[in-house]
Design a protein around this ligand. Structure first.
Ligand SMILES: [Fe+2]
Ligand SMILES: [Fe+2]
Length: 444
């Protein structure tokens, strides 16, 4: 405050940076918070395909999206202030802690979750509270309002994850991350720095992270694919979806299975963040939205199927797409997702929506309408970001040519890595087209 109280005589010779010291200091903190939120988003997403519980996957997708929102508003506010900077890079000291929290292929995903939500997120909450304590609530009112809201979000995030990590033995890992963070004195350097203990070893230097070759679906039965042609084997019988003779109640059940299995999209899209280190923030922001949308679509099925009499323990979950796409680099994964799977899904989904409307099921119509709207945005994201992602990986072919070659490559990889997951359940025990007929009240 002394800088603002300077006499006119001294302020005339005061460099503007020291005259603006109060603003500069708060901008510095906002900048750090932006980088923390951004790097949280890039790294927490690696938990999604490694944890098995759908409800936990859904929550992490939601938190990733909320972090993207926090980061965006921090950037927007920060840029109103002098000294925020135009780059969006995360400094190495912050990055190193988050990359450490990602662990390695052999890490227990719930222990890692306890690291993120038992150490790094509480430290972020503490950082926001510190910000609120040290800033001037009238002068910095716009930041104060944001930070108050983010504190509420952070408290809720911790409460939402707590049931999943209660009882998980993670003391050694959380101590390790605490030591890494204490060396910075907290995310804002607001606490006393405790230098790293002698013998501290960064795990990332010993065993760098690599994606697992398959994704985790926890206690649920799995299979290669839920789409097929045999009603005694597969839950979604392709020709039934568009056959005018199929009962609409059967179509509704099949489309809920389809929606629930957007779990596939959640798992493989989540792999892209960690591998796109130098992506512009807006790319990660839109990818986070995309991820959260898929999480909501999957929840449409996950929540509606039991109401229609389906036991979720009989619904095999498909691993095929993750298992194939993981052998492609991120820009090829993203190209297949947006330019092939999503762009190609509209005609069938339109036919399905028309049939479901016969049931006067307002909730089903609403869910399908929002799904369609979201999917249109996803294809738009693809057109916006695929060229940028290609550039990140040095891909110089025209987009159309690249997409065509990627589709061809996907067909080849399917031969090598597709159809490798045997059914967890015998066909008598699993949800199939025939069972769906019975559940729908249509005799088989
Ligand atoms: Fe979707
Ligand atoms: Fe989508």
């Amino acid at each position: 405050m002394s800088a603002t109280a300077s006499s006119p005589a001294t302020s005339a010779s005061t460099p503007s940076s020291s005259r603006m010291a109060a603003v500069n200091e708060m901008t510095r903190l906002l900048r750090l918070l932006f980088e923390v939120e951004r790097e949280f988003l890039r790294t927490v997403t690696t938990l999604i395909y490694r944890v098995g519980e759908p409800e936990l996957k859904y929550l992490i997708c939601q938190h990733a999206w909320e972090s993207a929102g926090h980061a965006r508003f921090l950037r927007e506010r920060g840029r109103e202030l002098t000294g925020f900077g135009t780059s969006e890079n995360v400094r190495d000291s912050i990055r190193r802690v988050f990359v450490e929290a990602v662990g390695s292929a052999s890490s227990d995903a719930l222990v890692l979750t306890a690291g993120f939500y038992g150490v790094l997120k509480p430290a972020l909450l503490a950082a926001y509270r510190h910000y609120l304590k040290v800033t001037d609530h009238l002068a910095d009112w716009p930041s104060k309002k944001l930070v108050e809201e983010f504190i509420g979000d952070e408290e809720r995030h911790l409460a939402e994850i707590a049931p999943f990590i209660t009882g998980i033995e993670a003391r050694a890992w959380t101590l390790h991350l605490t030591q890494a963070l204490d060396d910075l004195g907290g995310w804002l350097g607001q606490e006393t720095r405790l230098p790293l203990p002698a013998g501290f070893v960064w795990q990332q230097e010993k065993t760098p992270y690599a994606h697992p070759l398959t994704c985790n679906r926890g206690k649920y039965p799995v299979c290669s694919s839920i789409f097929g042609f045999d009603p005694t084997e597969d839950p979604i019988v392709r020709p039934w979806l568009t056959d005018p003779k199929t009962d609409a109640r059967v179509i509704r059940l099949m489309v809920y299975v389809w929606l629930m299995m957007e779990m596939d999209a959640i798992d493989y899209l989540a792999t892209v963040f960690i591998e796109t280190l130098s992506a512009p923030f807006d790319l990660h922001h839109d990818l986070a939205r995309h991820l959260w949308d898929e999480s909501r679509h999957s929840q449409f099925g996950f929540r509606q199927l039991p109401k229609l009499g389906v036991d979720l323990m009989t619904v095999e979950q498909s691993l095929e797409l993750y298992n194939i796409l993981i052998h492609m680099p991120p820009h090829e994964r993203y190209a297949m997702m947006t330019m092939e799977f999503e762009a190609g899904s509209f005609p069938t989904k339109a036919a399905v929506m028309d049939r479901v409307r016969e049931l006067n099921d307002f909730e089903a119509d609403t869910l399908l309408a929002f799904d369609r709207n979201d999917e249109q945005n996803h294809v738009r994201y693809g057109h916006r970001w695929l060229p940028e992602m290609m550039a990140l990986f040095g891909e110089t072919r025209p987009v159309a040519e690249f997409v065509k070659a990627t589709q061809e490559k996907f067909r080849e990889l399917t031969k090598a890595h597709g159809n490798k997951t045997p059914h967890s359940l015998p066909k008598e025990k699993r949800l199939t087209g025939e069972k769906i007929l019975r559940l729908a009240g249509v005799s088989a």
